[in-house]
Design a protein around this ligand. Structure first.
Ligand code: NDP
Length: 322
């Protein structure tokens, strides 16, 4: 089968279309014929080596497709089921092997491309807004990179929970996409001082929570945007990894809470995974959650897709079709 493989970490050119053996399902595993694979920033980290994987590696952590084969002891799915998953590597390929308990069934009537588009970023937004800092009516959230894939999902779910949303992004075009998704205010953090703007927009109080996926460039200022005892949720590193932090800083900024979560810890049991995946897939099928597809690329176009993602030229979701 065809797959996008990396044998040496580095730039987008390291991603090569390779002919590799078809995966076989072991006990508890299923092979999925990939209809669409989601592209996520985490794929960039594995490609550059910021996150470590054994090489050669097939990139891609998210897909939707049809169960092609199952191994021994699989009870969750059957051959022919329409399924979707996230956080198992190897989806930039025609087939992928996945632990069967990670697979969620795709509701009838939901297109497989849309299902692939919402699993990773949708479940991330779900845990951020429902579990890490469970938003409620009256809360104000600052969401960085609000027009990105995870950003647009988080904006929408924060609004579903009744919060006020202040988003940030780099261009006017992205600002209108974030506003269409429900953001109450949008700050162009490339032109404006977002700390001063947040203080102004909250009458000096600060926000209850910051969902920060940008990392290095926004981390410290984000701490200054929080109200006393607010929560800093540092969940990504699009601009680089955040350096070490002194706990005393959290005290000086007003007894803040800091967490650095990952989706894997919030989908570690099947029950929790199915709760999040079920909500995200059903809301998408019911059109309660809008999906902004930036572009669908072929496998061969994966290097260009990564270039565009890293150059901040995209908004919403990028998909690969094998
Ligand atoms: P996005 O679609 O959000 O793309 C990244 C965006 O980050 C860009 O479009 C850009 O938006 C913004 N950005 C700001 N500074 C930079 C920079 N220096 N270089 C590149 N981009 C920059 O990607 P994803 O939705 O896939 O992921 C967003 C982040 O969320 C990533 O850091 C990812 O690792 C993290 N994430 C974490 C998860 C977790 O569980 N911890 C799960 C899922 C995602 P703009 O132009 O508006 O500034």
């Amino acid at each position: 089968m065809k797959a996008i493989q990396v044998t040496e970490v580095g730039g987008p050119e390291r991603m090569q279309l390779a002919e590799v053996p078809m995966p076989k399902p072991g006990p508890g595993q299923a092979v999925v014929k990939v209809a669409a694979s989601g592209i996520n920033y985490i794929d960039v980290y594995y490609r550059t080596g910021l996150y470590k994987a054994e090489l050669p590696v097939i990139l891609g952590m998210e897909a939707a497709g049809i169960v092609e084969a199952t191994g021994a002891d699989v009870t969750e799915v059957s051959v022919g089921d329409k399924v979707a998953y996230a956080m198992d590597r190897g989806s930039y390929a025609e087939y992928a092997v996945v632990p069967a308990w990670h697979l969620a069934k795709v509701p009838d009537g939901l297109d497989l491309e849309l299902a692939a588009a919402v699993m990773l970023q949708g479940m991330t937004a779900h845990y951020l807004t429902h579990s890490t800092f469970p938003l409620k009516q009256g809360d104000t959230a600052l969401i960085h990179a609000a027009a990105g894939g995870a950003g647009l999902m988080t904006v929408q779910m924060a609004k579903m929970r009744g919060a006020r949303v202040i988003g940030t992004c780099s261009t006017e075009a992205k600002a209108s996409i974030a506003k269409n998704a429900g953001a109450d205010d949008v700050i162009l953090y490339t032109e404006q001082d977002f700390e001063a703007e947040v203080r102004h927009l909250t009458n000096g109080r600060g926000v209850d929570v910051v969902y920060d996926s940008v990392g290095k460039e926004t981390f410290l200022k984000s701490l200054s945007c929080l109200r006393p005892r607010g929560m800093m949720v540092s969940f990504g590193n699009a601009s680089g990894a955040v350096p070490a932090v002194e706990p005393l800083l959290l005290s000086q900024k007003g007894s803040l809470f800091l967490t650095r979560p990952t989706l894997a810890s919030y989908t570690a049991a099947r029950e929790e995974l199915i709760w999040r995946a079920g909500d995200v897939l059903n809301w998408t099928a019911q059109k309660k959650l809008a999906v902004h597809i930036h572009q669908v690329y072929t496998l061969e176009e994966a290097p260009r897709a990564h270039q565009e993602l890293e150059a901040r030229k995209t908004s919403g979701k990028l998909l690969l079709k094998p």
